[in-house]
Design a protein around this ligand. Structure first.
Ligand code: ADP
Ligand code: MG
Length: 238
């Protein structure tokens, strides 16, 4: 089980309110995409869920537990960043196993988890390399592998493909969708790319200036956009 609820969640930087009362339900195993223009609050909202930003008011509930004040490492989540954030001095295997080492998981168990994830991501032949000797797509896979080994209930992705070229991005989209099927995990995926949202999502959350404009399936948003903003952003007639 991995469901998540936000109720009237707000975030303020100084006097600037950037997340202005978000209500959202994410179901178990759903692939939910947050989409919206640059600066609308996508990353902030994801970081609030991850526990990297404090929620100023409102509730975050994960699997029935109010989680506003639960330590990020205890939330059962794993986040994949746009920048990959790999350790340059570590091999692929060491990068993937690092969080497990910190968590005190024994070496043999760690190695097995890293091997399993590497196989899923077709990284098995690269485990001894360092990040500088990998392509962009391979680095992104390592970043995803680092999340997989932790066996999270919920994966959080913040524009994970935006540093890749167009062709690779299309491939990685398909890979992530296959991964979602295979792991049967809940995934929340942030992008500013409407096509990515429309092709990948079970449920799209359209954000604008810290508020939700509409939540729905790609088809619902396309056929019945709630307003001009959604119609314009999704590219459908209204
Ligand atoms: P997105 O990911 O959709 O591009 P962000 O969540 O990064 O948007 O940012 C939302 C808004 O919050 C922006 O106006 C941004 O300038 C502001 N913001 C983000 N982080 C901070 C911060 N640490 N301090 C002040 N303002 C911030
Ligand atoms: Mg962002």
């Amino acid at each position: 089980m991995a469901n998540l609820t936000l109720r009237d969640a707000r975030k303020t930087y100084g006097v600037l309110e950037v997340i202005k009362g978000i209500d959202l339900d994410v179901e178990d195993r759903e692939f939910v995409v947050f989409v919206g223009p640059s600066g609308c609050g996508k990353s902030t909202l994801l970081r609030m869920i991850a526990g990297l930003e404090k929620i100023n008011s409102g509730d975050l509930v994960i699997d029935g537990t109010r989680s506003n004040d639960i330590d990020p490492s205890q939330r059962g989540l794993a986040m994949v960043f746009q920048s990959y954030a790999l350790y340059p001095h570590m091999t692929v295997a060491e990068n993937m196993g690092f969080a497990l080492r910190i968590a005190g998981i024994p070496l043999a168990e760690r190695d097995q988890k890293v091997k399993d994830a590497a196989q899923i991501l077709e990284l098995s032949h690269l485990l001894d390399r360092r990040p500088k000797d990998l392509s962009g797509g391979q680095r992104q896979r390592v970043a995803i592998g680092r999340a997989i080994v932790r066996n999270p209930k919920i994966f959080l992705f913040d524009e994970p493909l935006s540093n890749l070229d167009a062709a690779l991005r299309v491939n990685m989209r398909l890979e992530l969708m296959r991964l979602h099927e295979r792991l049967a995990a809940t995934m929340i995926y942030v992008t500013h790319d409407q096509i990515e949202a429309m092709t990948m999502a079970d449920k799209i959350v359209v954000l604008n200036s810290g508020r939700i404009e509409q939540v729905g399936s790609p088809l619902e948003l396309y056929n019945r956009p709630a307003n001009i903003f959604v119609a314009g952003f999704i590219g459908s007639p209204k």
